[in-house]
Design a protein around this ligand. Structure first.
Ligand SMILES: *Cc1c(COP(=O)(O)O)cnc(C)c1O
Length: 355
């Protein structure tokens, strides 16, 4: 670091993304990307826009927001489009938290919440999950803090029901509750319908996981018009052209072919069931996942050993070193073929180590 950086960042620990290695070709089950390519119409829509890159993109992102609104049964004014959902989360941290209103989120959750809280100098309450990694809903009642919950949670994959989230929203009438639905399309129920009833609920989603567009960086948030205009104020104050014209067009095309994505989600869910069954047979314990990953520990082999043996075998998964979850690995559910390759490799690894 230089001597010029502000001292307020002295203790900031930045987010560490999952590896994107270039040394050899891995079966990548470490960053929850989709194994399926974007659909052909998305490719065409994106490349058509390259020729227009001398012009700025539409700062209102009207087309993309209109299509998102149609799909989710809300109005365009209830939708903000962002550069990945991380940006929507960042705007929410900026908008709804300050020195007096801190944040609360589960102690085991998406790592970026802590980074944003530090970045914006916020007081944070990390609420422990139960021993079985479930969220105890009443822990979140009346906290006087802005609440962030990933649903399904990451890296556990466990989902709350909309009824449970509604209880959290009702019991925090003077604070915003942000539900991060990055993985909702893989088997959980969305809280978007509740945004019509509650002015303090913001739902954040992304095109990165279920819509095969992680590299295009498209996210969005849905909520009451008043919440969305808060976030728009911050968007216009930081980067009004936050979603570039290729990505915006890709997002629109993806929404035009929604069944391609819902079919892919069904394939992932099938592949997940195969993975859970295979892992269980090999002596792993898994949480009940409603996401495109499985959180698994072996009954006798350590989490980092599993991680490194898989890596040696050309398969990348995500291992977290924090004490509560270091025996686990988060394994992205890819195609059925990838799941079979994973299970084959693990079969050999488990046999090797247990002998
Ligand atoms: C992947 C992920 C995101 C961010 O995704 P973007 O690529 O920025 O849209 C947000 N929340 C959770 C829980 C995630 O896993």
């Amino acid at each position: 670091m230089s001597k010029f950086i502000s001292p307020r960042f002295d203790s900031l620990e930045e987010y560490v993304p999952g590896e994107q290695p270039r040394d050899k070709k891995y079966i990548k089950l470490n960053t929850n990307e989709s194994p399926f390519p974007p659909s052909p119409a998305v490719l065409r829509a994106g490349s058509d826009q390259i020729a227009l890159c001398n012009l700025y993109s539409d700062p209102t992102l009207r087309d993309l927001r209109t299509k998102i609104a149609e799909l989710y049964g809300v109005e365009m004014q209830n939708v903000i489009a962002t550069n990945g959902s991380d940006e929507a989360l960042s705007f929410a941290f900026m908008a709804y938290c300050d020195k007096s209103t801190g944040v609360a989120y589960p102690d085991i959750s998406y790592g970026f919440y802590k980074v944003f809280a530090q970045l914006y100098g916020l007081d944070c309450l990390e609420i422990p999950l139960r021993d079985d990694f479930t969220i105890n809903v009443s822990d979140y009642f009346g906290l006087g803090r802005t609440i962030f919950i990933a649903n399904p949670n990451a890296p556990t994959g466990i989902a709350l029901t909309p009824d449970e989230i509604e209880q959290i929203v009702i019991n925090n009438p003077d604070n915003v509750v942000i539900i991060d639905e990055a993985y909702v399309d893989f088997g959980a129920q969305s809280c978007v319908p509740l945004t019509k009833k509650y002015k303090n609920l913001l739902v954040v989603q992304t095109f990165s996981k279920s819509r095969s567009l992680a590299g295009a960086r498209i996210g969005f948030a849905i909520g009451d018009v008043s919440l969305i205009s808060d976030l728009e104020k911050l968007r216009y104050s930081t980067n009004p052209y936050n979603v570039n014209r290729m990505s915006a067009a890709c997002g629109c095309a993806a929404l035009d072919e929604n069944s391609y994505y819902t079919d892919n989600c069904k394939k992932i869910i099938k592949s997940r069931e195969l993975m859970v069954k295979g892992l269980t047979e090999l002596g792993f314990i898994t949480t009940k996942s409603s996401a495109n990953f499985v959180f698994a520990r072996h009954t006798s082999i350590s989490g980092d050993n599993i991680y490194s043996k898989l890596r040696e075998n050309g398969i990348l998964v995500r291992h977290f070193s924090s004490p509560k979850i270091c025996e686990y690995n988060r394994i992205t559910v890819g195609s059925e073929e990838q799941t079979k390759a994973l299970l084959n490799a693990l079969k050999i690894i488990v046999k090797e180590i247990s002998k």
